[in-house]
Design a protein around this ligand. Structure first.
Ligand code: C5P
Length: 211
């Protein structure tokens, strides 16, 4: 059987992680959330009192291992920003390429990120590009984080999340190295109005057709 590598790319909070995890389970493949590598790099810099916008980030990236990825303090706003800042540095990306390629090893994998189909695995068996409107993405992210789902300022809070998401997408799309974009041969899934089950079903149909 052919080694299956499935690339799942797209902007922040589009549902890539949810899909990629479930796809991996359905296909019995290992799963890697590659955003965690950039998050762990940013986290280590913050912890060491370094500015993630400055140099030397590659030394921190080099010390990141798969064991860092289970840290519970990687999905906080300051690390969102730090990850995006270190991810724009070519030296950091160079260091992290190998980790990602080795992960897929001989057995294949499902990986989600921004540049999996364009840079990390340009020959991936299947490339999916997952999108949703900024409002949908902000609402989903807010619902994950919200302590009070009935907060009276719910709409304002969602708008704030939407601005943060748009700022990060802008930074990720406009950077010189490995910008966020769909590979020419990626299949797009627009997830507005779809449940996680529907997105998975659509992805499985695409995988079946292409493999
Ligand atoms: O996917 P997630 O939101 O966790 O990624 C955090 C940040 O890491 C992104 O905003 C992006 O700057 C960076 N990233 C990247 N390439 C990837 C995955 C994530 O540049 N393959």
């Amino acid at each position: 059987t052919r080694r299956l590598v499935i690339a799942v790319d797209g902007p922040a909070a589009a549902g890539k992680g949810t899909l990629a995890k479930r796809l991996a389970q359905a296909l019995d493949l290992p799963y890697l959330d590659t955003g965690l590598l950039y998050r762990a790099t940013g986290r280590r810099m913050i912890d060491a009192g370094h500015d993630p916008a400055q140099g030397e980030a590659q030394e921190f990236a080099a010390s990141v291992g798969l064991e860092d990825l289970s840290r519970t303090d990687l999905r906080v706003p300051e690390v969102d920003r730090a990850a995006s800042l270190v991810a724009a540095q070519p030296a950091v990306r160079r260091v992290l390429v190998d980790v990602q390629r080795r992960f897929a090893g001989e057995h294949g994998a499902v990986l989600d990120g921004r540049d999996i189909g364009t840079v990390i695995f340009p020959d991936a068996s299947v490339k999916l590009f997952i999108t949703a409107s900024p409002r949908t993405r902000a609402t989903r992210r807010w619902e994950q984080l919200a302590t009070d789902p009935h907060a009276p300022d719910r709409e304002d809070q969602i708008t704030r999340v939407e601005r943060e998401i748009e700022a990060r997408d802008m930074a990720d799309s406009s950077r010189a190295v490995a910008p966020l974009r769909a590979a020419g041969d990626a299949v797009r899934i627009e997830t507005d109005g779809l449940s996680a089950d529907e997105v998975l079903a659509e992805a499985l149909r695409i995988v079946a057709r292409m493999t």
